[in-house]
Structure formats: structure tokens, C-alpha cells
Ligand binder design. Structure first.
Ligand code: ADP
Ligand code: ASP
Ligand code: MG
Length: 412
């Protein structure tokens, strides 16, 4: 008998039929004798619909009220799933985040989980009930409802699994595992049997939204065995195990390709090159709570510097305005921006021990006539910024160049 935390995403609970399908799946585990805690998302499209309602009422973002509103999406699905479970003879109880005391900080829309009280869940499990918990939400110390950021139900599931010391955390979604890249973009993408935490963290933070970044961080920190699987009938399989071990891994140079469409870049040119210049440029951006991702600085022969950085596309206009002000303050020549760019990244622990990966990447893009606008690297990833129109072409070219559609040998 195992204790399993299962999470079902928006598409998996997107209709009454799908909720009934989830109930049948959960019952299979119960019938086998497992204890099951289920985390659900809102029905697909619901969180966006609620956000649109909020914008219609007040174009200004009301952080606290938005969280109260968004949390209702998951409240619907927990109740329906608990009812569907009871309908097939499986005792169940639904709980909102605050009802199971998922204590978070007060950062509305991106709250972090601080503590979870397991008592209620343990009592229910002891009485043979399935515990159904609303994903994506908690409450702060004052009882205010908070949400954990888009895709946050993954994090709820992993956090519950960590708190309950579950034997496995299973993330059921609309694909049957983690693929070499988004199968919606590359039809030849291949499911990975395993991927390391490190690689999954890079993939998630570079744009593969199959798992929310924080859920992977959490799983790594608390050593939660994590698996991504399909919730759909006929698609049952082993899914993808996220693992610490590098033994038994595919001996691929690259494990996957991630991309992010939400990028924008800004450049300030002809800045008098003095100590502190980077701080003067990025200081106001940081103070405005805008996250900067890639940074490139070039000093020209004339002693001035050109400074380029990327931000989330939603922050583009705000960052551009601030940069124009900075340009006036520091006497820079020009400010330019582009919000039609994307970032494509290749990820793999195999990169550590192999040379020539960057040149293969650049060659594959060059062959397709794709101009690289920025490059950044770390130990296990290389990212490039290219024009938005080349996203699909670039990802496909890299997928082929690194032979990701073919299963390599394993190093077991
Ligand atoms: P859920 O609603 O179940 O949380 P998401 O839409 O958040 O599902 O995540 C699943 C989606 O992630 C898939 O439909 C797929 O298009 C996308 N995705 C992006 N990158 C990958 C990848 N490398 N492997 C699998 N799916 C990916
Ligand atoms: N419903 C939330 C969202 O759409 C949380 C989740 O699905 O994980 O982002
Ligand atoms: Mg998701």
C-alpha cells in the first residue's frame, strides 16, 4: 500500500465526462489499497475566463481580490470530483487550500508555500477517504486567499507530497510525459523515460510549461519522486520519471529543447562607459520589479558601451519607458526595443562532458538562415534569442540536428 499524490490539470478536468474519468482512475488506486490525495486545477480556460471578468470590472489589477476570484476555479473542480468519486462508491472529501491550511506568504498571484498542516488529510486517509485538494491556492497568516502563479497546481501537488512524505507525486496531464520538446510544435518529439531534476528545472525555467518551475524546485529540495503521465484513457503508460540519478539515463548530448515566446529585448546604445553603468541602467528596472533575463554588454572603440537585455514581454512598455528616462539621465545616444523575439534553449547534462555542442546548434540555425540576436550559456544549457517568426523552424532544425527523434543508448 502506497501513499500517492496525484494532480490532474485543467484539460484533464475540462468537462464532467473528464472528471468522471479522473474519478475512475483514482478509484483504481484506491481499489489496489493505496491512499490517494488528489490535487486538481480549474477546468481548462476557466482561470483565463475569470481574469477577463476581473479586467472587465476594473482595468487596474486588484491583487487581493483577483486571488479571491481565481481560487473559485479550483473550488468547482474539487467539489465535482469528490461528488464523482462518491457516485462510484469511493468516499471522498474536498478541501480548498485554506481548509487544509496551506499557509503561504502574502505575495498575491505568486505566493510561496510556507507550511502545510497534514492533520485533516491524515484523518481522512485513515478513514479510507480520498482527499481532494484545490490546487494553486493557499492563505496567508491573516487568512487572505493567495494563489501560487499560473500552473501552480503542480506546486500544490509536490508540496503536499513533500509534507505527507508520499511515495510518489504523479502529475497527470494531456501529454503522456515530458518530451524532447513541446509535441505541439514538433510532431516527432519523443517521450523521455527519465529526465534529471536539473534538466527539468532548466526546461521549466526556459519555457517548457509542462511543469511549473517551483514544483520542480520543491521536488528537488524535498526529494519528492515525481512522474508526469497522461490522464487520458488509452494513453496509459509509464510517463516520465524526474530523477536525481544520472545512471540509466539516455546518453544523449541534449535531452530537450525549450522555448519561450514571452520575451522582449531592449538596447541602450552609446552609453559613456564608466564604473556603475550597468547599475544605472538596470537599477530602475529592478526597482520597478521587472525581472531581467539575458544581458549583453559591448564596449565600442569610441569608449561608449551598448547594453542589451531581455525582459518578459508584459513588462516591455514599462521597461522601455524607464530606459528612455535613463538614456536622458546618462547621456546615451539611443534606445531601441523589440518585442517580437523568442528564446530557444537546448538543455542536457551531456553538455558538461562534450565539446562542440554550441557550434552544432549555431550551424543548424545558420543553415536555415536564422539570425541569432543574443546568446547565453550555462553548464547544461545554451539559449539563443531569435526573431519570433523563426521559432518553429528553429526548434525543428535543432531537434533534427541533435537527433532527438531517435532514442539513443542508455548509460545503465
Ligand atoms: P495541465 O493543464 O495539465 O497542467 P499544461 O498545459 O500546463 O497542462 O502542460 C501540458 C502541456 O505542456 C502539453 O500539452 C504540451 O503542449 C506542453 N509542453 C511544453 N513543453 C513540453 C515538453 N517538453 N514535454 C511535454 N509537454 C510539453
Ligand atoms: N488554474 C491555474 C492556471 O490556469 C493553476 C493550474 O492550472 O495549475 O494557471
Ligand atoms: Mg500546468
Amino acid at each position: 500500500m502506497a501513499l500517492i499524490v496525484q494532480k490532474y490539470g485543467g484539460t484533464s478536468v475540462g468537462s464532467v465526462e473528464r472528471i468522471q474519468n479522473v474519478a475512475r482512475k483514482v478509484k483504481l488506486f484506491r481499489d489496489r489499497g493505496d491512499d490517494v490525495v488528489v490535487v486538481v486545477s480549474a477546468m481548462s480556460g476557466e482561470t483565463n475566463r475569470l481574469l477577463d471578468l476581473a479586467r472587465g470590472v476594473n482595468p487596474e489589477h486588484c491583487a487581493r481580490e483577483t486571488d479571491v476570484l481565481l481560487a473559485t476555479g479550483e473550488q468547482v473542480t474539487i467539489a465535482l470530483l469528490a461528488m464523482a468519486l462518491k457516485a462510484i462508491g469511493c468516499d471522498a472529501r474536498s478541501y480548498t487550500g485554506s481548509q487544509v491550511h496551506i499557509l503561504t506568504d502574502s505575495a498575491h498571484s505568486k505566493a510561496r508555500i510556507l507550511e502545510i498542516d497534514q492533520n485533516k488529510m491524515r484523518d481522512d486517509l485513515a478513514q479510507g477517504r480520498v482527499v481532494v485538494v484545490a490546487g494553486f491556492q493557499g492563505a496567508d497568516e491573516h487568512g487572505n486567499i493567495t494563489t501560487l502563479g499560473r500552473g501552480g497546481s503542480d506546486t500544490t501537488a509536490v508540496a503536499l507530497a513533500a509534507a505527507l512524505k508520499a511515495d510518489e507525486c504523479q502529475i497527470y496531464t494531456d501529454v503522456d510525459g515530458v518530451y524532447t520538446t513541446d509535441p505541439r510544435v514538433v510532431a516527432e518529439a519523443r517521450r523521455l523515460d527519465r529526465i534529471t531534476f536539473e534538466e527539468m528545472l532548466e526546461m521549466a525555467s526556459l519555457g517548457s510549461k509542462v511543469l511549473q518551475i517551483r514544483s520542480v524546485e520543491f521536488a528537488g529540495k524535498f526529494n519528492v519522486p515525481l512522474r508526469v503521465l497522461s490522464s487520458f484513457e488509452g494513453k496509459e503508460g509509464p510517463g516520465t520519471l524526474i530523477t536525481y540519478e544520472e545512471d540509466g539515463m539516455e546518453e544523449a548530448l541534449i535531452s530537450g529543447i525549450a522555448f519561450n515566446r514571452d520575451e522582449a529585448k531592449l538596447t541602450i546604445q552609446g552609453v559613456p562607459d564608466q564604473p556603475g553603468v550597468a547599475y544605472r541602467i538596470l537599477g530602475p528596472i529592478g526597482e520597478a520589479d521587472i525581472e531581467v533575463d539575458m544581458i549583453v554588454q559591448n564596449v565600442g572603440a569610441d569608449g561608449t558601451t551598448d547594453f542589451t537585455f531581455t525582459v518578459h514581454r508584459n513588462d516591455y512598455e514599462k521597461a522601455l519607458k524607464l530606459l528612455r528616462q535613463t538614456a536622458t539621465d546618462v547621456g546615451a545616444r539611443e534606445v531601441a526595443g523589440d518585442n517580437k523575439i523568442v528564446k530557444i534553449s537546448i538543455v542536457g547534462v551531456g553538455m558538461r562532458s562534450h565539446a562542440g555542442i554550441a557550434s552544432t546548434m549555431f550551424q543548424a540555425l545558420a543553415k536555415e538562415g536564422i539570425n541569432i540576436r543574443m546568446i547565453s550559456t550555462s553548464e547544461i544549457k545554451i539559449s539563443v534569442v531569435v526573431d519570433e517568426k523563426y521559432l518553429e523552424l528553429g526548434v525543428r532544425a535543432l531537434h533534427t540536428a541533435f537527433e532527438l527523434d531517435q532514442a539513443p543508448a542508455t548509460n545503465a
